[in-house]
Design a protein around this ligand. Structure first.
Ligand code: NAD
Length: 304
C-alpha cells in the first residue's frame, strides 16, 4: 500500500482582510504554513495554531513548496517579488508562485520572461467573495496560466474556495482580466442601484416597495437582490473591502480598457463617483460607501 504524499508547505504573504481568512482555511485543511506580513501582529493567531513565521518574503519562498501573495496593489506585488528580500531571491528553481491579489500581469510576465531559465511556475488566481468568502472558504477563484499547473495546485485552491467555482479562465493574465471585469460591473451595478433607489424614494415610493418591484422586474440584479441588503438592513457598507482598494481596481480596469483600445465611458463615470466617495469618507471607508453620496444628497439613509 502506498503512503499518501505529505501536504505541500504553503508560503503566504499578505495576512489582511482576505489573507487572514484564507490562511486559516489552509491551516484547517492541513497545509503546513510559512507566513509573513509587514504587520507582524497579523500572524499571531496563525503562529499560535502552528504556522511558521518568516521575516522576509525570500525566507517564505525558501521554506515552502509554493508561495501565495495576497497584497493590496500591483506596486506591493512588485516589491514583494522583486525586492532585495523578495520572493525571487528565495524561491527554488522550478518553484511555484500564485498571485491571488487583484492586480495586472506585468510583474508575473516579467518573472516568467526574465527568469525563464529557472523554470518557475506562475499563476494569477484573483478571487471574489468578499472577506466573508475568505473566512468561510467559499471564494470564487479565477485562474490564469498553464492547465498542468492549475491541476497541480487545485487542492490548495480548494482549501480557500468553492470547488464548483474555481475556474481556469485562460492563459497567463486571464484571471486578472476576469477579476477586473467582475469588479467593474459590480461597481457599476452599485452606482446604478444607488441612483434609482434615491430617485424613486424622492419621488415618494416606499423603499421596500420600490426594491421589491425592481427585484421582480427584468431590471433585477444580484446586487439589488442580495448585496445591497447589507446597507438597506444594517447600514453595513462593507469595510472588509476598503474603498481605496476599490478605486485601485477601477483604475486598473480603465487602464486595461485603454490598453486594448475599448472606450469605456460608463466605467469612467463610475470610477469618478468612487473617487468622490473616497475623498469624502476616507480611504478605509467600505466599498459600498458611494451609496452614501446619494443618501447625503437626498438627506436621509436608505434603510428598510
Ligand atoms: P488588506 O489591505 O486588508 O491586506 C493586505 C495585507 O498585505 C495587509 O495585512 C498588509 O499589511 C500586507 N502587506 C502590504 N505590503 C506588504 C509587504 N510588502 N510585505 C508583506 N505584507 C504586506 O487587503 P485585502 O482586502 O486583504 O485585499 C488583498 C487583495 O485582495 C487586494 O488586491 C484586493 O483588491 C483583493 N480583494 C479584496 C477583497 C475584499 O473584500 N477585501 C475581495 C476580493 C479581492
Amino acid at each position: 500500500m502506498s503512503t499518501p504524499s505529505p501536504a505541500p508547505t504553503v508560503g503566504f504573504i499578505g495576512l489582511g482582510s482576505m489573507g487572514s481568512g484564507m490562511t486559516r482555511n489552509l491551516q484547517e485543511a492541513g497545509f503546513p504554513l510559512v507566513v509573513t506580513d509587514v504587520r507582524t501582529e497579523a500572524a499571531d493567531a496563525l503562529v499560535a495554531a502552528g504556522a511558521a513565521w518568516a521575516d522576509t518574503a525570500a525566507e517564505v519562498a525558501a521554506r515552502s513548496d509554493l508561495v501565495i501573495t495576497m497584497l493590496p496593489t500591483p506596486r506591493h506585488v512588485a516589491d514583494v517579488v522583486n525586492g532585495p528580500d523578495g520572493i525571487l531571491v528565495g524561491i527554488h528553481d522550478g518553484g511555484t508562485w500564485i498571485d491571488m491579489s487583484t492586480s495586472v500581469p506585468e510583474v508575473a510576465d516579467q518573472v516568467r520572461l526574465a527568469h525563464a531559465h529557472r523554470g518557475l511556475h506562475v499563476l494569477d488566481a484573483p478571487v471574489s467573495g468578499m472577506s466573508v468568502g475568505a473566512a468561510t472558504g467559499m471564494l470564487q477563484i479565477f485562474v490564469g496560466g498553464d492547465a498542468d499547473d492549475v491541476a497541480r495546485v487545485r487542492p490548495v485552491l480548494e482549501a480557500m474556495g468553492d470547488p464548483e467555482r474555481i475556474l481556469h479562465v485562460g492563459g497567463h493574465g486571464a484571471g486578472y482580466a476576469v477579476k477586473l471585469m467582475i469588479n467593474q460591473l459590480w461597481f457599476s451595478h452599485l452606482v446604478a442601484t444607488a441612483e434609482v433607489l434615491s430617485v424613486g424614494v424622492r419621488a415618494g415610493v416606499d423603499l421596500g416597495v420600490l426594491r421589491d418591484a425592481l427585484v421582480a422586474s427584468p431590471a433585477n440584479s444580484n446586487f439589488l437582490e442580495k448585496d445591497v441588503t447589507g446597507i438597506l438592513r444594517d447600514g453595513d457598507y462593507d469595510e472588509g473591502f476598503a474603498i481605496a482598494l476599490a478605486c485601485k481596481d477601477l483604475g486598473l480596469s480603465i487602464d486595461l480598457a485603454r490598453a486594448v483600445g475599448v472606450p469605456t465611458e460608463l466605467s469612467a463615470v463610475v470610477e469618478q463617483i468612487y473617487r468622490r466617495a473616497r475623498a469624502s469618507y476616507g480611504d478605509r471607508a467600505g466599498e459600498m460607501t458611494p451609496v452614501k453620496l446619494y443618501e447625503d444628497l437626498i438627506g436621509h439613509e436608505l434603510r428598510l
